[in-house]
Ligand binder design. Sequence first.
Ligand code: ATP
Ligand code: MG
Length: 569
Amino acid sequence: MQEAPKSRSFIEEFIEQDLTEGKVKGAIQTRFPPEPNGYLHIGHVKALYIDFSMAERFGGSCNLRFDDTNPTKEDTEYVQAIQDDIRWLGFKWDKMVYGSDYFEKTYEIAEDFIQKGLAYVDELSQAEMREYRGTLTKPGKNSPFRDRPAEESLDLFRRMRAGEFENGRMVLRGKIDMSSPNVLLRDPTLYRILHAHHHNTGDKWCIYPMYDFAHPIQDMIEGITHSLCSLEYEIHRPLYDWVRDNCTLLDAHPRQIEFARLKLTHTVLSKRYLRALVEKGYVSGWDDPRMPTLTALRRRGYSAASIHDFLRRVGIAKADSVVDIRLLEHCVREDLNASARRAMAVLDPLKITLSNWPEEKTILVSAENHPDHPEWGTRELPFGRTLYIEREDFDENPPPKFFRLAPGREVRLKSAYIIRCDEVVKGENGEIAELICSVDLSSLSGGEGASRKVKGTLHWVEAKSALPFEGRLYDYMFGDEEAAAEPEEGAEEGDEGENAAPAKPDFLARFNHGSIKVVKGFLEPALGELSPGQSFQFMRQGYFCVDPSSRPGAPVFNRTVSLKDSYRP
Ligand code: ATP
Ligand code: MG
């Protein structure tokens, strides 16, 4: 059972009101209608979270409907991935359907609209139609075909379906109001000719309904009571209502309610933009851990619980706002702080030789797996003469307040001994090659000398037993916070495909090419067999998750998030 958002949202208030006024017969029914033309991103997840949690909150159910009224390319990959993502989040849909399953019914309703004088076939060219439409400040004018007899429209519409005309030759339009201040109501296109293969219906159709006509009909067929969608559809609502109220062949009264679209700083949330990043090779794929897709977040180490937590905190507002991406990071950090085992890994190794430790001697020291869970036990770490520490944990000329290692200074190696740096060995180019240190043999953690305090504690690994690994460290895809301020494209819904405006090139120019850094480090050997998706806290370095490209003996880790939390609510 998913927990509903804490405070009552305006959507819950609307639904309660509808229930009180007896406007809903039977149970609440919602739907999540993704277009299977890409992977789900965190914005879609907000929508589906609302669709599923509202249904659940009122004891109803939610359908998964693939919105495939546009003939689309091969998209079984996306259809599968969307289902996997929803299941992974822990939601269960009632029915799984395709918008294209309803093509016949939608067509029948279109004929009914023609017969009732609510729709007509228009033969204006696209350019003429644009001109006749008017502008925001100027009313449109009626097409000369607007008042043609219904029988004539019906005949043409049937011939459109039969394939007699080429693409763009004519369209079916709703007869509403060419002078409406809402341009969408100026006789909107309901059907267009498109000789294109459809993944589900094959070559059966060469006319396809537009989103604004198809969507309310689909909702009515499924008995949707509340059709929840993002705010850019608000201006489409009068059209939604027009279709619904005139659709007498179906008995249902769905209500469209809009909520704020999720925007996040430092990233883009739009399939079109994300696809451009994938196709142009800016990222390695839809699951590149920098992407805001669910598949990428999962690979990066986000749990379903952390995503639920994030959406709960974002809440269901009516007004659009940009959410700080650090809130998302804050949620996964809290989750992993509680659930991830601790381990030691050195990302940028600097070799240390302990001059007073015998060459052959290796002992095991004991380290706790989680500071808050003594019941998770301890693990044994080999300790010997040669070790690695983090290069940045040593400074030859330490600035004030640098409490890590420096010439002549002491630090504690976590769960082991106190060491002192006696000598700095340099390579040919003057770079620091190695440190010669001495160990205080009476200072073993947990032993008698453990009480001696020094200012710094460092993580480390023993050189001979350490496992080499690859670490991938990530930064934001877009340095500027306002990356999310991409132009709204929702108003063009249903007009995608060949009519869609291409992604703006300047958005790619702002891509942060330094957003991935690959390091070769060393890992404590106690981690044992690693499986993809496993998460650890690498002491002082952040939370890391095993990548699917890991192989036995060659682990690859993604940094989910660093330890430092800069999020301020
Ligand atoms: P995109 O612009 O990313 O292509 P879309 O709206 O075309 O998004 P759909 O697959 O049609 O993608 O969207 C499915 C549902 O997800 C819709 O109901 C839409 O309102 C919702 N949705 C899409 N993006 C967001 C977002 N950023 N925040 C909230 N809801 C969203
Ligand atoms: Mg869409």
